[in-house]
Design a protein around this ligand. Sequence first.
Ligand SMILES: Cc1ncc(COP(=O)(O)O)c(C=O)c1O
Length: 390
Amino acid sequence: MDFDALVERRGTYCSKWDEMEDLFGVPASDGLAMWTADSDYPTADCVIEALRAATDFGVFGYYRGMGLFRDAVAWWLQNRHGWTIDPTWILPTQGLGNAIAMCLDVYTQPGDNVVIFSPVYHEFALKVGRAGRKVTECPLVLNGDRYELDLDDAQSRLTGNETMLIWCSPQNPSGRIWTPAELRAVADFAERNGLTLVSDEVHHDLIYPGETFVTFDNAAPQARDRLVMLCASSKTFNLAGLKVGCMVIPDETLRGRMASRMRALDYTPSSLGVIATTAAYSPQGAAWVDAQIAHLVRNRTIFDAGMAAIPGVRSLPLQSTYLAWVDFSGTGMPFAEFQQRIAQGARIAASPGPSFGAGGETFMRFNLATQGARVEEAVTRMKAAFADLQ
Ligand SMILES: Cc1ncc(COP(=O)(O)O)c(C=O)c1O
């Protein structure tokens, strides 16, 4: 797989490139799209072949391949993450955004509070609000280059009305991988406060060499009776448009509540998403992911060196995933100024740090899941947009 082969996504109705002008004022003609979390390269050959076989067949009637899907997910979790599960613990969803919304719907009541640790994936807070629930925001502490938990501070922020914690592991943004000790501390926090623990692990596959990711249940099995683990092929294999994801719920009662709500809503995923994920979670898919990680290491190296060359700008060292989290506080510029330089000067559509909540005020998030030449171009443009600081 050549991750560097240029792919023109403009004009394909993709959100990332075709919406950047409307959303960020970055010209569609020569802007660089580095915001939403999808990739600019095609998915793995094994996935394309499975989809091609399905479309060549051309009959898309009712599908009963969920057993294959569950076995493939269980295989992946065992082989890539060392997590042994019973395939019956898996409930398929229509992507992970949808899985989060379903968790809010089933495990909380209108008016409840939901704990999040910010800066974090902006949709957590948005979905909590849309569901008529309230956010209890607990800021992470940035210690040097590393985000850390302050659970005493978090405890002091609780209102007593909290019923759920939505946890992001690895963290989006920042790519922080939590240690088993931190996960155990989070499990204790959830238990102490009677919270359902939704562990969103969608970024768990893109782990950089030398780093170790541990799934929540392996680190803290004591939290099993309150755990809903979420994962998907959408980020890892660039399949977000196919809208499929998984909840893995070890506890029978918790799982039963979700399953019965899904039955009530006649909730089933589309066959093509299921076929794609089943093909992805395979030895061939695993080899493709390893090649992708090597590509992302190269992109990350180019990007970080470029940012380090701009005085006052630093890209936090990524432990996982392709979302570079870049701090502009050292420039002394207000948010509006560096955002304007990036959008209008560099003509790059990046995600605004403040949208990720408290702690994001001096940051922008750049998606590096693209061709190396585009990362080099981004660095050149960024250096020019901040050239007066040299
Ligand atoms: C932490 C996290 N959860 C969920 C999602 C949404 O996933 P999906 O596209 O499968 O709905 C994203 C997408 O960026 C994400 O970063």
